[in-house]
Each structure stands twice: as C-alpha cells, then as structure tokens.
Design a protein around this ligand. Sequence first.
Ligand SMILES: Cc1ncc(COP(=O)(O)O)c(C=O)c1O
Length: 361
Amino acid sequence: MQIKPHLKNLIPYPPGKTINEIKKELGISGKVYKLNSNENPLGPSPKVIETLKNCLLEVHHYPEASYQELKEFLAKKWDVLPEQIILGNGSNEIIEFLFKSIINPDDEIIISKPSFLMYEKFAEIYGAKIKLIPLTKDFKHNFAEILKNISERTKIIFLDHPHNPSGSVLNRKDWQDFLKNLPSYILTVIDEAYGEFIEDPSIPLGIEFLKNGYKVLILRTFSKAYGLAGLRLGYGISFIELSKVLDSVRQPFNINLLAYKAGLAVLQDKEYIEKSISLVKEGRKYLTEKLTSFGFKVYPSQANFIMVDFGEKAEKIYQELLKRGILVRPLKAYGFSNALRISIGLPEENKILVENIKKLI
Ligand SMILES: Cc1ncc(COP(=O)(O)O)c(C=O)c1O
C-alpha cells in the first residue's frame, strides 16, 4: 500500500469543540455556552422535532432517491428550475463535488487568505494549486488583487459572502465590476452559508448574478439559520450545465432520510426561521455595542458571529472564558492570533459573555 505523497502531511480541519469534549477536558459539570461554531442557539424547530419523531419508524428504508420535493421547494423559493438545485450532505459536500468534477491535478483555485478553511482542505486533497490572496485592510475579499492573479489554469474562485471569520460583505458595484472582468472559463463560488443574516439592503445575493448569466455557483446551508447542523444538509444553485454534473458525481442517497424530512419541515416553519434571524440581528448589535464600549475593535459583521480584536489579551480572554464554560473560537488557525470569533447566542448567553469579559478586563 502506498499513500499518495501529497496526502502524507495533510492537517485535518480544526473543528470547534463540542459541549461534551469541553466538559470532559475541563471537568465542568455546569452549563456550557457554545459560541464557537456559528450554530443556531434556538435549538431545532418544533416542526422538525415532530417530523423526526414520526420519521424514526421509517429509518430501515432508503430515502426517496430523487429528493424531488425538496428540490422543488427550493427551486420555487429562488425562482429557478429544480434541476438547478444540487443537494449535499452539508454544503461542504458540494464543494467536494466541484473538485471531483472540475479540478484536475495542478489546476488552480483562488481563495482569500484567510477564509473558510474547507476550500483549502479540499484543494489539498485533490492536488489543486492554491493561490491565496490576502484580504483588504478592512478584511474584505480583495477583488482587484484576485483579478490580477488569474491565470489560464485558474478554474474556481471561492468567495464566502458574508466572509468567515470576519463577517464582512461587499456591495453590488464591487461584485458587478469583479464578475464583469472575469473570463468565462472561471467559476465563481459564492458561499452564502450566512446569507440569511445579511441586513444591509445594498448587499446583493448571488442569485442575482446567476440570473444575469454569470458563471456562478451559490452555496447555502441548513446548518445556520435553519438549525440543522447535526443532520448535515446544504444545497447549491447553479446553471444547468454545472448542476447536472455536480448531481451526477454524488452518491445515491447522499442526503439521509432524517435530514431530508427535517429540511422540508423547517422550510415550512416561517416563524422559527424569522425568530432565528431576528435573534442574530439583535444579538449582533448588542454584542458589537458592548464590546466596542469596552474599547475592543469589533469588525462589522453581516453573519451570525462577530470577529473581535482583543489585542494581546486574546489568548488570555479565550482561556479564562473557557474555564467559565464559555466557548468562543480562537482565530490562530486563520492567522489572526489577536482575534476571537464569537457566535451570536441567545440574549441571556450574550449577556453572560459580556459580563464575564467585563470582569476579566
Ligand atoms: C463559509 C462557510 N461555508 C460552509 C460551511 C459549512 O456548512 P455545512 O454545515 O453546510 O457543511 C461553513 C460552516 O461553518 C462556513 O462557515
């Protein structure tokens, strides 16, 4: 047996710790506040819980293979054809479909440095060359530099929008100028994992560009606003030529029965979705104001998290919060050792975080 040489030193994705891991590691028996993985603090929708209970008696069957009902629902939501929807085991899986179907070894992808780490991970696994383009000074994708760095080997540009971990976004004019100048052989992936939380009306969604004929793939997830991270469900929307190929490289039944039924249930729970989104918008404002008033730099965010520059105190604050059962995400792996990423929690969780930070400083 010989392991592929380029995989020998691969470092796996560093996931946020779970509540049980933390309790065990630190010997905490009380409540743990999980503000490290940008999950939905509300818990699942009551409609999802009800649906899943009923579904449990069916798990000895494979799910329906075409996932037609979910595709049709999503197609209607976005006013596209059902064939333009690709379903994935998390939106992460759709990123992998792209590498499987488009990327040959030594093809090149362009990503911002830093951005969501999985683009880089898949590129390493599939042997693609990675061009990393530093963000602008205000932590946005640097469209001008990305355009300068395109070559004839560039196949895909990955842009998380809102950006992870800063929460930054770009306006319509910036997007239009960028997309207009891209050669048509390049695919732009607009990853809108946090798209539901965009509040600023001047910020465009990728669907607008897809409908205007640009070569884009939009990624969306059920892990954040829809509260289904543990079930793994995401989707892509693209032009037919690409969506057909992506759909053909997936395994049969890549969406498990529970995820499929839960996805359909939550989409119909408008009250839950609205509550999830308003909770984030209010919590984001509250945390931004409080932490700014303590003298820390909070980067403007349109996502369900904020990135905060704690300067030299970052590591100490992270460790002290951890001891008190409050988990946030250190950003050393992203190259920001002075910053922490804090997911927006329930109002009482946000308050406890603020009180603890106040005591620590
Ligand atoms: C920008 C971005 N894209 C995609 C994902 C993954 O989403 P999923 O849970 O659907 O795989 C995340 C998860 O944190 C993310 O931050």
